[in-house]
Write a protein that binds this ligand. Structure first.
Ligand code: NAP
Ligand code: ZN
Length: 372
């Protein structure tokens, strides 16, 4: 049996303003040609793609751009990008975007090195060749994918989200500059902020939480919480807020990197897959129920968290509900039973890592009660 008291954090992150502009030369360690992976428009809008093109030209790294990655990245699109990377003989993958693009980059790196792999075979996790190296620049303040060894992908055939994870899913280089998140629409900033908060909170109560990781939660949670309170107050999004939310999301990423996520995440997947709810909003819809269970099954940990945030459970739930967009979704008991078919992976992991655990029947009840 593996010891729970283990941290594996192989991140190589350049933090802060102009991180990419000042440290681009590091990319030469990954090769001389890359495939830049982006979504439809945010990489350009954020300024990150302009900066990347500028520095790649300066250091003499050739590149081509693949800009077809959408939210909740599809296996088929990652597969297509992997083929492109292979055909142009890319040495590395350079993902620039929100969590969807960053996650896609990790999968594209696997397909690029293994062009004979069928899209669904990525879940088998034994490949002939190691993935290409990956460099990342984030443009949202939510997933923390920059620092996790996780890639969440959507299987075209089933419409379900399913992750791959492991040592081969970490980026080799990350350039973390909060300024690239300034162009996020307010709705994206709120949703991604809720995701970051979910990560740190779910990790806080997880059995794998340990002192070496708790320091990241202690650092990140107040940053994210103050940002969410500002959004709930209707405050403008100034640079301080953007900065707090972005680096807070990276600290929260370092928390889930060790602790994993609890029940709000798999329950949230149901809302994303079936109702199109953005990831952060979808997970946060179940945080009020998560806090209620924490007050019953882990009151001491909850008390410590309330002190850290200088807000009690009821105030936290009030802010979460004020920011929620899922109030109008109604799920019947029959539908909830059907969605419960997807708990197979969640029961031993996310449900077991939640305060008091969670049974599939309780999960179905939460789907019915929590949203409507
Ligand atoms: P996202 O799906 O990457 O992006 C959402 C939307 O925001 C897209 O339309 C995107 O536009 C736009 N956008 C991104 N950055 C922007 C910017 N700076 N300015 C303007 N628009 C911007 O959202 P996300 O919440 O960051 O990522 C969610 C995905 O990450 C989900 O699939 C989730 O399951 C996964 N996730 C992964 C981890 C992990 O550890 N790996 C953890 C949590 C969640 P474009 O399409 O133009 O780019
Ligand atoms: Zn998440």
């Amino acid at each position: 049996m593996r010891d729970l008291n283990n941290t594996h954090m192989p991140e190589n992150v350049f933090w802060g303003k102009d991180a990419l502009l000042k440290n681009a030369v590091e990319l030469l360690s990954l090769g001389n040609k890359c495939l830049i992976l982006t979504g439809g428009s945010s990489a350009r809008l954020s300024g990150a793609l302009d900066d990347a093109e500028k520095v790649l030209k300066e250091i003499g790294v050739e590149y081509e751009i693949f800009s077809k990655v959408g939210p909740n990245p599809l296996l088929s699109v990652c597969h297509e990008a992997g083929k492109t990377a292979n055909e142009i003989n890319a040495d590395f993958i350079f993902g620039i975007g929100g969590g969807s693009v960053l996650d896609a980059a990790k999968a594209v790196a696997i397909y690029a090195a293994n062009p004979d792999l069928k899209p669904e075979d990525i879940y088998i996790r034994t490949y002939k060749y190691s993935p290409l190296p990956v460099a990342l620049v984030g443009t949202t303040s939510g997933t923390g994918s920059e620092v996790t060894g996780v890639s969440v992908l959507t299987n075209d055939a089933t419409g379900r989200k399913k992750s791959i994870s492991g040592v081969d899913c970490y980026a080799k280089l990350v350039f973390a500059d909060h300024r690239y998140t300034a162009s996020m629409p307010r709705s994206v900033a709120i949703s991604t902020g809720l995701d970051a908060f979910s990560h740190a909170v779910e990790g806080w109560f997880a059995p794998k939480m340990q002192e070496s990781v708790k320091i990241f939660a202690i650092k990140g949670l107040p940053l994210i919480w103050s940002g969410l309170c500002s959004f709930a107050n209707g405050d403008d999004c100034d640079e301080n807020l953007i900065e707090s939310m972005y680096y807070g999301s990276l600290y929260a990423g370092l928390v889930i990197n060790t602790c994993g996520t609890a029940f709000p995440h798999p329950l949230g997947y149901v809302l994303t897959e079936n109702y199109g709810v953005p990831h952060g909003q979808a997970c946060a819809a179940f945080l009020p129920a998560f806090f209620e269970r924490a007050s019953v099954y882990a009151p001491e940990k909850l008390y410590e968290l309330e002190k850290l945030l200088d807000s009690d459970k009821d105030e936290i739930i009030r802010v979460l509900k004020a920011l929620s967009v899922t109030k109008d979704i109604i799920i019947s008991a029959e539908q909830a039973k059907k969605f419960a078919e997807r708990w197979e992976d969640a029961i031993p992991k996310n449900f077991a890592a939640s305060p008091g655990g969670l049974t599939p029947e309780e999960a179905a009840r939460l789907l019915v009660l929590n949203i409507s």
